[in-house]
Write a protein that binds this ligand. Structure first.
Ligand SMILES: Cc1cc2nc3c(=O)[nH]c(=O)nc-3n(C[C@H](O)[C@H](O)[C@H](O)COP(=O)(O)OP(=O)(O)OC[C@H]3O[C@@H](n4cnc5c(N)ncnc54)[C@H](O)[C@@H]3O)c2cc1C
Length: 436
């Protein structure tokens, strides 16, 4: 006997739709499959590919992190689950329709949009948000073009002090040899191989003690083939400051000497609040106001610093789009511990906002699954028996899990060692591989 919610065949089989196949959606699916049996569980995804930011966010040079999909794909090996890919909630089916068809709808749609910088000049050519930049180098089919002349960039400013800022900075200084061992698609590798970035400034409003970098990501900056990190030792907090490991690694980076064999510098600029993006027709720099720290607060000083740059990448957080009548609050759907309305839930970044790692989603999704299973009241709704004909009538090109496997196999087969896969970059290519 399953310890969770058991129903005999004569009872109404619960129909659950999870929208979004990122880590939140799939950890939730995994746990719900253990708690609710029998069940029909459909994972609806707007792209032809599953796994959300694992495929399109996690940096291409960290592709081994993406092996977590081996665990997540187990949800699709259960015959109760269907992957319904290339179907967008809000375009191909409405939320009202889904709620009509399913007993439970869970929005695990992430927060895919860049939070705007909100400063004069932030719309200038040469300024991009991390969502766009990282999606481009990760072959997200909505971002096949970057619209930035990267080979002309000598200095870049990356605004933000989290891991995404580190990812963006690293990718800008990777050598062609380093790029060859990533899962960045060929067109991206070709552009990045032609870049000549000599300086990347990673800027944060607060001090070194406030960074959100994880130690492992920071440590990599001592091992880049052509770039040295530059940390001003005067900015380091006293020994023993938490988080100790991160501070220790920052200290080690501060001790690194210039290396003539490494022509690029990655400068960590602390206590610098961006005040304006400069430029006439194209970004030419960023004006910062230097801050001083009062406890954890950064307070403006009178000192102004202008950093010339031909590229600005903002890594200051994400937000989600609105969906029909739903209220958005701080970038996520307004919810009470996951519950939006009866039978409607949010999970992952769509529920709590854009913070935390892949693993953070696991414990939260497991907790949400417990709640959903406990509140489930099956009504004999049709589930996929209503959804699939609707999509078929609308001419939607559905991608199921076998079709995704064909895409996956084709990408792996096309890879040149040491790259793990050669990603398709457009929806057309993905759909064509799905059918091949
Ligand atoms: C650039 C970047 C790099 C990161 N790197 C790491 C890392 O190295 N290690 C780590 O542990 N964490 C990393 N993270 C964090 C991690 O990716 C997130 O914690 C996690 O992906 C959030 O999961 P989610 O399922 O809530 O959202 P997502 O992963 O964003 O998944 C949401 C899914 O919903 C789909 N969707 C959206 N709207 C619709 C719609 N209307 N209809 C149907 N489907 C829809 C999307 O296409 C997507 O597949 C990174 C995040 C970013 C942004």
């Amino acid at each position: 006997m399953n310890a969770g919610v058991q129903r005999s065949a004569s009872q109404k089989i619960p129909k659950i739709a999870i929208v979004g196949s990122g880590p939140a959606g799939l950890y939730l699916a995994e746990k719900l499959l253990k708690l609710v049996e029998p069940v029909e569980l459909d994972v609806i995804e707007r792209l032809p590919t599953p796994y959300g930011l694992i495929r399109s966010g996690v940096a291409p040079d960290h592709w081994t992190t993406k092996n977590v999909v081996r665990k997540l794909e187990q949800a699709f090996q259960n015959p109760a689950t269907r992957f319904i890919g290339n179907v967008e909630l809000g375009r191909d089916v409405s939320l009202a329709q889904l709620r009509d068809f399913y007993d439970v709808v869970v929005l695990a749609t992430g927060t895919p949009l860049d939070r705007p910088l909100g400063l004069p000049g932030d719309g200038l050519p040469g300024v991009t948000g991390a969502a766009r930049f990282c999606s481009w180098y990760n072959a997200h089919p909505d971002f096949t073009e970057l619209d930035i002349d990267l080979p002309k960039v000598e200095t870049a400013v990356v605004i933000g002090n989290g891991n995404v800022a580190l990812d963006a900075a690293r990718m800008l200084v990777r050598t062609p040899e380093e790029l060859a061992a990533t899962d960045a698609p060929r067109p991206v590798r070709e552009v990045l191989a032609r870049t000549n970035v000599r300086k990347v400034v990673i800027a944060g409003r607060r001090g070194a003690a406030h960074v959100k970098f994880s130690p492992a990501e920071l440590r990599e900056f001592s091992e880049l083939a052509q770039a040295v990190p530059v940390v001003d030792p005067a900015e380091l907090p006293p020994e023993g400051t938490e988080p100790k490991r991160t501070m220790e690694i920052l200290g080690r980076l501060a001790a690194i000497e210039p290396d003539p064999a490494k022509p690029a510098r990655i400068e960590f600029l602390f206590r610098a609040r961006p005040a304006a993006v400069l430029g006439d027709g194209h970004v030419s720099g960023v004006r910062f106001v230097r801050t001083r720290l009062e406890g954890d607060r950064a307070v403006d000083t009178d000192e102004v610093l202008e950093v010339p740059a031909q590229l600005v990448v903002t890594c200051i957080g994400y937000q989600g789009p609105t969906l029909e009548q739903l209220e958005v609050d701080g970038g996520r759907f307004r919810n009470d511990d996951g519950l939006i309305a009866e039978g409607l839930y949010a999970a992952g970044w769509a529920a709590r906002g854009p913070t935390g790692t892949i693993a953070t989603n696991k414990s939260e999704a497991y907790r949400s699954a417990d709640r959903i299973a406990a509140e489930l009241a099956p009504q004999g709704r049709p589930g996929r028996a209503a959804l699939l004909p609707l999509l078929k009538a609308a001419g939607v090109d559905l991608v199921d899990f076998d079709a995704w496997r064909r895409i996956d196999e084709a990408e792996v087969a096309a890879a040149e060692h040491p790259a793990p896969r050669e990603k398709f970059t457009t929806t057309e290519e993905l759909l064509s591989a799905a059918k091949s």
